[in-house]
Design a protein around this ligand. Sequence first.
Ligand SMILES: Cc1ncc(C[n+]2csc(CCOP(=O)(O)OP(=O)(O)O)c2C)c(N)n1
Ligand SMILES: [Mg+2]
Length: 705
Amino acid sequence: MARTMHAPLGDDRSTLHIPDRHTALGLTEADLLGIYRTILLARTLDQRIWSLNRMGKAPFVVSCQGHEGAQVGSAWAIRAGHDVVLPYYRDTGVVLTLGMSAEDVLLGVFGRGDDPCSGGRQMPNHWSSAARGIVTGSSPIATQLPHATGLAYAARRRGDDQVAVAYFGEGATSKGDFHEALNFAGIHSLPCVFVCENNGYAISVPLTKESAVDDVADRAHAYGFGGVIVDGNDPLDVYAATHQAIRRAGAGDGPTLIECKTYRFRAHTSDDDDRTYRSPDEVEAWRKKDPLRQIRQYLIEQRLLTEEREDEITAEVTAEVEEAAGRAEAAAFPDPATAASRVFARPLRPLRGAPDGLGDQPVAVDAEKPLDDAGPATERNVIDTVRHVQQQLLADDPRVVVLGEDVGPRGGVFRATAGLAEEFGSARVLDTPLAESSIVGIGIGLALAGLRPICEIQFADFIHSAYDQIASEAARIHYRSDGDYAVPLVIRAPWGGGVHGALYHSQSIEATYGHVPGLKVVAPSTPADVAGLLREALADPDPVLFLEHKKTYRLVKGPVPDDPTWRVPMGVAAVARPGGDATVVTYGLHRHLAVEAADRLAAEGVGDVEVIDLRTIAPLDTDTVLDSVRRTGRCLVVHEDNVSFGVGAEVAAVVAEEAFYDLDAPVRRLATADVPAFPFAPPLEDALTVDADRIAAELRHLLAL
Ligand SMILES: Cc1ncc(C[n+]2csc(CCOP(=O)(O)OP(=O)(O)O)c2C)c(N)n1
Ligand SMILES: [Mg+2]
């Protein structure tokens, strides 16, 4: 980009010949004064927050000082309310430009109930405003970047010219999510603008230790699009680049990475001591390039800012910040009664562990129509059911998008999407790069844009690189935005062993993910439950991890109602086999094995065992479990997951807490030993497998106690 050297101001400006840079950019006098005022507002506000910090009133400061030129200059090019923006924590200047007030920012600083970003749930500077197109942000660096690509993909599908603008520091460019997002944006030439505020440090780590190349902008070329470098302390330079990038993106010409070379004047946050890693001289040298000074000087040179006008603006801004600070400090804290609310957009069960009176009331759930009353049915196996229901969902709802590795023409490695790309096109049945974090992250962006994504993770074993996107993002976006956003996302994952898949194609992941608040986890085991729960999961406004046991795919067959509206409620267990002498609580493949074992024991006259299929892991249907155990007095929990810290531990704890005096014997668990999933060689795998024989043996023991 062109750089302009500013002549030093003398007393007599009339002799200076100062080139006008703004008219060619389409910026008016009002724009220039607006940019100047907003930079001054950001600076004044930031200084005020530091002073509140010194007074012990603001526990945490994330300073934008030094970055305001990059922030306000770029955001001035955003079509506020039209484009969708994903700022990062340092972006006070961005959100002020987009219409947030100083008071909005300060309500967050004080953690007040009216904090528009999170109602006092997040730390300051975790921006969010659905009304302003500002997408809720988190603390983990770079996680917002795949969201931007999902939002941009959705804009492309709608056919409008909305652009997703994502902000981040240069430290974020070391993260996988940065690379996965740019890769996806490049492949699909998405309407995205990536704005990097390169201040040369990730807390204390200098650029030389973050990257072997000097310029972040160079990264873009590897992903097939352009990267530009701008003087981040010159708001007009930043504006020009961002304006052009947004225009290009909106016109269908693809993404741009803009690297704003800038500097932060203060420590990383109020918890940092920047004297430990940089010199006062370095800071001083950059202060000479202060963006506030640069825009002020330009305005003076253009004769747009008289001393009088400057004094007026300064007084106005100071008063605005002072009044905002007074009002925000006086505002009420959030009501403690809301601390456990909005974990789910659609709560299915009372929130476990919530102190009395806290947590949302569960919604009323339609009773399940028994299979016998569900009209005509077709016999299907599990995998065919998954495919059939996805086909129906795609046909019925244009918002549905399926994405994942090999889901396109290949039809999925298990054939769960066979024929769907041909029928619905590759834009709706989308082959993604091999990058699980971004598969979920893109899905989140699609969901935030109002689509209904179904992400396929090829094997549950490979989901863990998406853990951050699932646990830190999808599952807590509703809570952290105080209900402003919801993430209706389904993540399908084939799980489980018994298929000689060894350590990395056999894992059970339900306990790990069942532990994540805000995430619903289901693990159906019959074709009918798969059909009913998949439809229910897609209709739900919360993220759902939908686990399909691989061994059931072709082994388990059963009737599936033809009625495409037939559903199974989440959060409700099923009695798979009634009985009165003992209860087996299980799910997945082991529902079938437990029923087989129970039938055997009944035939032998040993006892009549009830089998409960949880179907939903989280939230757990404790009522059905307790009701059964209270009748039978005996409880065995069976699962394929490792025994420690698993679903069995949870069920056993609930039974011990709630039904101890109804028990005739201790609660028992039968699960896989704490090995890292199943070994490959058949004798090794068999030695660890929990089969019907072992369940029957364990039940005999339990019934004899
Ligand atoms: C994944 C992750 N790791 C570590 C942190 C702690 N942390 C917060 S900000 C930061 C540095 C980020 O540097 P950069 O992206 O350059 O942004 P800057 O703060 O310099 O504007 C770190 C390490 C975090 N928030 N997230
Ligand atoms: Mg940095």
